[in-house]
Design a protein around this ligand. Structure first.
Ligand code: NAD
Length: 437
């Protein structure tokens, strides 16, 4: 099948490469010339494990092509997938300008019988408005197929998603059939529903995961106050399928999806007069979590963060990606620098993407031990293997007293850290870890 993917970011590049590797003839288009040039050479401009070889295989085989949107002359094929960004607008809602521009481009091609698949995350009700207003009279069918892949595991998630949600007109059998063909070979159940419900499934899914994270973070705060261990609590909770898979307490969620999608859902509620107290609390708890290390440093150093040397270990919003969108590291580092701290940061992949968002005074190290050199405090924000399994004995030797480590992801062994002479603080680890016994 011939498929055009519009928008070659984290989702679109994986979609284009994944569809090509499943045997489809794929054209990927974007408005960013440098992205197109590097993809045409088989080079992926973002760090996503396994993606580059998949892109290279498609380019070599000849069924994966890339073109700048304004130079893409070929007809769009059977299916066009919109995977452009939907960043947060200042009001909290999703900014749909990239989606609208992609839509206009598709319409300008005057396709006949095209199935338009919306993979971008758009607020519930958007698809219905597009069908009624933008696509009226056009020979284009609209299907919502929200994307659930996780950065860092996107390649595996693409081919083995938990489910494929398809929102469409149930009488539009041709579109349903083409969407099924596009996803052939994926080992996942389909969930067929209407367009608005499909859009809501995506938001509810992200909001629910964000809620679970804020919930365990609130339990962690209580653990700290009563002297319990959130590790033991989280482990035991995860044994009951009703409470869901294991989640970890820490400095909260970040990234390009959870923060903006929860805020967008909250905005929908506000503008439609629906009370959503829980969502507001989820956002508030997360905002507080992100600055926990700052509060801890102020407490530990009697409010004197000024001139403190702090090593920040991890800049990406999570491991295995170089994405720093809404990463807790950016807020924390800015706050530390504002208060006069000297910051040296390390990340195995995200130093390049983070640089432009960081104050100039922040130094970037090429190794965790280098970042910690002469620091009185170290803050772990991203649980990369390179950080969790760093040479902590050397870090202890290089740091200055009190060798304070704030483990913002509860990724280190508290007993080992204490054994190495660090002053250690995790999130909600007031009690004894189960592994300490
Ligand atoms: N990143 C994720 O993990 C993830 C997961 C699931 C869903 N989503 C959703 O998928 C969508 C895409 O996310 P992303 O992270 O890939 O975004 P991104 O910002 O990484 O990529 C968007 C791409 O679209 C391109 N673009 C913008 N306007 C365009 C236009 N008019 N025509 C062609 N290309 C255009 C940009 O140049 C960019 O390359 C968003 O709605 C997001 O919420 C993202």
């Amino acid at each position: 099948m011939k498929i055009t993917v519009i928008g070659l970011g984290h989702v679109g590049t994986v979609a284009a490469a994944g569809l090509a590797s499943a045997g489809h003839d794929v054209l990927g288009v974007d408005v960013e010339p440098s992205r197109i040039l590097s993809l045409q050479r088989g080079e992926v401009f973002l760090y996503e494990p396994g993606l580059q070889p998949m892109v290279q295989a498609g380019v070599r085989k000849g069924n994966l092509h890339f073109a700048h949107r304004d130079e893409a002359a070929a007809p769009l094929g059977d299916v066009a997938i919109i995977a452009t960004g939907t960043p947060p607008a200042s009001s909290g809602t999703a900014d749909l300008r990239q989606v609208r521009s992609a839509l206009d481009w598709i319409k300008s091609k005057e396709p006949r019988g095209l199935v338009l698949v919306m993979k971008s995350t758009v607020p519930p009700g958007t698809g219905r408005r597009i069908i009624e207003d933008d696509l009226r009279g056009a020979a284009i069918s609209y299907v919502s197929v929200p994307e659930f892949l996780r950065e860092g595991r996107a390649v595996a998630d693409w081919s083995s998603p938990e489910r494929i949600v398809v929102g469409a007109d149930p009488n539009d059998l041709r579109s349903l059939d083409l969407v099924k063909q596009a996803h052939a070979g994926m080992a996942a159940p389909f969930v067929f529903t209407d367009v608005t419900s499909a859009e809501m499934i995506k938001y509810a899914s992200n909001a629910f995961l964000a809620t679970r994270i804020s919930f365990i973070n609130e339990i962690a705060a209580l653990c700290d106050s009563v002297g319990a261990s959130v590790d033991a609590v989280g482990e035991a909770l995860a044994m009951d399928p009703r409470t869901g898979a294991r989640i970890f307490a820490g400095v909260g969620y970040g990234g390009s999806c959870f923060p903006k999608d929860v805020r967008a859902l909250n905005h929908i509620a506000l503008t439609s007069g629906v009370e959503v107290e829980l969502l507001r609390s989820v956002i508030n708890v997360n905002n507080r979590q992100r600055l926990l290390p700052l509060y801890a440093l102020r407490r530990r150093f009697n409010g004197a963060v000024s001139r403190l040397r702090v090593a920040v270990l991890g800049l990406a919003f999570k491991p295995d990606t170089d994405d720093v969108r809404e990463a807790p590291s950016l807020d924390l580092i800015k706050a530390l620098v504002n208060e006069g701290a000297e910051v040296c940061a390390y990340d195995p992949q995200a130093s390049g993407t983070a640089r432009e968002h960081l104050p100039e005074s922040v130094r970037l190290a090429s190794h965790p031990v280098e970042a910690a050199n002469q620091a009185q405090a170290a803050v772990l924000l991203t649980e990369w293997d390179q950080i969790v399994n760093a040479d902590w004995a050397s870090i202890a030797q290089r740091m200055r007293p009190p060798k304070f480590v704030f483990d913002g992801r509860n990724a280190l062994s508290k007993s080992q850290m204490l054994g190495l002479g660090f002053t250690y603080l995790g999130v909600g680890r007031g009690g004894r870890d189960r592994m300490d016994y």
